[in-house]
Design a protein around this ligand. Structure first.
Ligand SMILES: [Zn+2]
Length: 289
């Protein structure tokens, strides 16, 4: 069967963990797994360009029985070729490409044209959603904790503070109930007006961030994902009610639906001097109600 010509429709941004879909394409892979592409799915794939939230795991049920979904990756179709995961050279949404979720399954692959059910591991999803929400809040808290370390007018974050997180982040990795974010403070950040002396006492910075986080968790607040339609390429926005107001951050992942899900979110900061600057690692830990 020809490769899909429409972007996969995804329901995980609304919190779904199970869905039915039609098998559009099955491709055997070198490692014995098969890549299965459906018209629609509830399974969250890891993104190629910004791999912050890990893939769901789960099962795929079809006429041939149950196959394990080891992981799901982004696929891109261009000029009659399907490129998967790290082989995909463009960002999701690039013009001229079709973007799909590829379920990498172990076991009997379904037949093209068949209707199948996919079920994501709900416990893993819930833990990653908590980690992702905590990660967003921690980034806002870090920006707030460093807001007086800037000497020039700077792009602002969703709360109106100088956008340290956005300007300095190198990688963001979400895990169950937490995240690890790595920042680099070098010449370019100093040129933008960041005064590195603000990081001389990282324990004090972490304490300020943790005070902000404690206030937000205590207040609770609804969290939702806004999007215009279900295509995986459609831009999605994380919207969270904080005491300071509603904050909006572009986001492709999944989240808890209220900050009341947490009893605490805390960050720890570790600073290392590296050639040409500072590396800062923020470890975020969420505890659930
Ligand atoms: Zn996000």
């Amino acid at each position: 069967m020809a490769l899909p010509s429409h972007d996969t429709l995804v329901s995980y941004p609304d919190g779904a963990t199970a869905s039915t879909g039609t098998v559009l394409h099955v491709e055997p892979l070198d490692d014995g797994l098969s890549a299965v592409i459906l018209d629609a799915t509830a399974v969250h794939p890891i993104d190629t360009a910004w791999p912050d939230q890990p893939s769901d795991r789960g099962v795929l049920r079809g006429a041939a029985g149950e196959a394990r979904i080891e992981r799901a990756v982004m696929g891109g179709i261009h000029d009659g070729a399907l490129l998967l995961g790290t082989d995909l050279p463009v960002r999701t949404g690039t013009e001229g490409w079709t973007f799909v979720v590829a379920h990498l399954v172990d076991g009997a692959a379904p037949a093209e044209g068949e209707s199948v059910e996919v079920v994501a591991d709900a416990d893993l999803r819930a833990a990653l959603s908590a980690g992702h929400t905590a990660c967003h809040l921690a980034s806002l808290a870090l920006d707030g904790a460093l807001s007086d370390s800037w000497t020039k007018e700077t792009p602002r974050d969703a709360l109106g503070n100088p956008a340290f997180d956005q300007l300095a982040i190198v990688t963001s990795r979400i895990h169950e109930h937490g995240s690890i974010d790595t920042y680099r403070i070098g010449k370019s950040l100093r040129r933008k007006g960041f005064a590195p002396a603000g990081l001389d006492d990282v324990a004090a910075v972490a304490a300020r961030a943790n005070a902000l986080l404690a206030g937000w968790v205590a207040a609770g607040g609804a969290v939702r994902i806004e999007r215009a339609d279900a295509a995986i390429t459609t831009r999605r926005t994380w919207v969270c009610a904080l005491p300071e107001g509603e904050v909006r951050i572009p986001c492709g992942g999944t989240h808890v639906d209220d900050l009341a899900a947490f009893t605490s979110i805390e960050v720890a900061l570790e600073r290392t001097d590296v050639e040409g600057g500072i590396e800062l690692v923020m470890t975020t830990t969420a505890r659930m109600a």
